[in-house]
Design a protein around this ligand. Structure first.
Ligand code: FAD
Length: 482
């Protein structure tokens, strides 16, 4: 007798290689029912942002093609996952379901309910670790508590074993009947008007592209990563974040790629294990660790005194920030890069976030929401960590009183102004001396660069020097409050 089919529920693991849920299902030898469920609107999860929706569409398309090549078909369904899984169970006679875990608090709750309900009806529902090097509950400090500081967290992680990535299957045995499936286009993940042109031009989603991205990074940029990673005018980072976010590549695969690369060059193992790049993957792990143990941080500061921070309500300033019209070139360049390509360099994420929170005194949650909507790599864990870190209210955060000066940050990390010239073309003709502070440029320089302050490019919406003092006073108030 043929074994009953096994369902594999794809989520943020849109790949065939190193996919523990898929491998576990394959190991049964049973025919496979492979499904992606569009569950938007069926639970109180953070909504999928517009840029991430674009990525998801392309990623599903790519996965569908790979599955087809392996002899099976990706079924697309819409609705509450429990209902959809039950329908599939009825339609196919499947006896078990496998999926890879996610760590957003609301997804954890929902998955637990689904697992419990399926188990009650005699179904085996098994979840796996497909997206982290270490599960958040495995990593504990000496007192058995979660870590709140990155360095000891990562040092501890480096002592833990990491399993090898699983191979990509070549054949995915299908079931005998053809199941109904939505058309990808009918999921309406892509925007109905053309704002995504810049995103399409900048990215190629999919498992094979993710692997190519890793290979390219290792051969071209890894060696200089620790010095070039802070330069938005260079391609000094891997740009793997959206691929990781949708699970087109796993951190285990990246870790192994790094190891093989180091071995090929006969580098000592400390060169890759202790590398800044692996530590950045560690920040991703740490973000998930924090989100798992402190789920309230999505909406609340980890440091409780920040609940009383006197944020300003200034919708006009928020819009100027979102549109890249603050009058601070590095901030505007970053916000326009984000809007156009769905991505922003990490250093510039820190600068733009700091500007919103400390120069404009706008609540970090407004910034976090905007990033979640516009980033192709929008990730609740990393985004929450990044914003709370910048605002000084999270775990291991930059102290609030350390306030980035957007001018000196620009001059330091975009020394020739190339990044600004690319994203703020109205400043393209300004000489390097003034590119990060056009308001100080002599009238003749502005004139020959074709810039009329306030018309072609905004005057600064705040004076950084004054804003800095106001922010420090506001911080003093929450510090001294009983
Ligand atoms: C305010 C703010 C918001 C952020 N929001 C997100 C987000 O929504 N999604 C997201 O993936 N990253 C976020 N980050 C982290 C970081 O900016 C991006 O991961 C990084 O810019 C991605 O580029 P890369 O792939 O070239 O990174 P690389 O430098 O090549 O790093 C490799 C990988 O390590 C991880 N990583 C690197 N830096 C960090 C970090 N600081 N925190 C967590 N993981 C990191 C990413 O998965 C990244 O792909 C945010 C940072 C800040 C300051």
């Amino acid at each position: 007798m043929n074994p009953a089919p096994v369902i594999v529920w794809f989520r943020r693991d849109l790949r065939l290689a190193d996919n523990p849920a898929l491998s576990a299902a394959l190991a049964t030898g049973a025919p496979l029912v492979l499904v992606f469920i569009d569950d938007r609107g069926t639970h109180d999860s953070a909504p999928l942002g517009a840029a991430a929706s674009w990525w998801l569409h392309e990623s599903i398309r790519s996965l569908s093609e790979s599955i087809k090549m392996a002899g099976n078909r990706l079924i697309l369904r819409k609705g509450h996952p429990y209902q959809v899984l039950n329908e599939l169970i009825t339609e196919t006679g499947a006896q078990s379901v496998h999926w890879n875990r996610r760590y957003e608090p609301m997804v954890i709750r929902r998955d637990a309910e689904i697992k419990a309900s399926l188990s009650k009806t005699g179904l085996a529902a098994t979840s796996h670790n497909g997206s982290l090097l270490h599960e958040p509950w495995i990593v504990k400090n000496k007192s058995g508590n979660p870590f709140r500081v990155f360095t000891p967290y990562w040092r501890h992680c480096l002592t833990l074993p990491v399993s090898e990535p699983l191979p990509a299957p070549t054949h995915l045995k299908p079931i005998a009947k053809t199941l109904p499936s939505e058309n990808l286009e009918d999921l309406r993940l892509q925007p109905t008007f053309g704002w995504d042109a810049g995103i399409s031009a900048a990215w190629q989603p999919g498992e094979s592209r993710a692997q190519e991205g890793l290979d390219l990074f290792l051969t071209k940029a890894f060696a200089d990563y620790s010095t070039e990673r802070d330069r938005p005018d260079q391609t000094g980072t891997s740009r793997l974040s959206p691929h990781l976010q949708f699970g087109e590549i796993s951190p285990r695969q990246i870790r192994q790629g790094l190891q093989k690369h180091a071995q090929k060059l006969a580098l000592p193992s400390s060169e890759w294990i202790g590398s800044q790049f692996l530590a950045e993957l560690g920040w991703r792990e740490f973000a998930n660790h924090l989100l798992y143990h402190f789920p309230e941080t999505v909406r609340h500061p980890l440091r409780a005194e920040f609940e009383n921070f006197p944020w300003r309500s200034d919708p006009q300033a928020l819009i100027a920030w979102q549109k890249g019209r603050t009058g601070y070139p590095i901030v505007d360049a970053g916000m326009r890069e984000l809007w156009t390509t769905g991505w922003m360099h990490n250093r510039v994420r820190m600068i733009t976030a700091s500007f919103l929170v400390k120069d404009l005194l706008i609540d970090w949650r407004h910034g976090a929401d905007w990033f979640m909507d516009t980033l192709v790599d929008a990730d609740l864990a990393a985004n929450t960590l990044g914003w709370q870190w910048t605002a000084g209210c999270g775990a291991d955060a930059a102290p609030f009183f350390r306030i980035f000066n957007p001018t000196s940050q620009g001059e330091r990390f975009d020394p020739d102004g190339d990044y600004v010239r690319r994203w703020v073309p109205e400043l393209a003709k300004l000489p390097k001396r003034w590119i990060h502070q056009p308001w100080n440029a002599p009238a003749a320089v502005l004139q020959s660069a074709g810039i009329r302050p306030g018309q072609d490019y905004p005057e600064p919406i705040v004076s950084h020097a004054i804003a800095r003092n106001v922010a420090l006073e506001a911080f003093q108030k929450i510090k001294t409050r009983p």
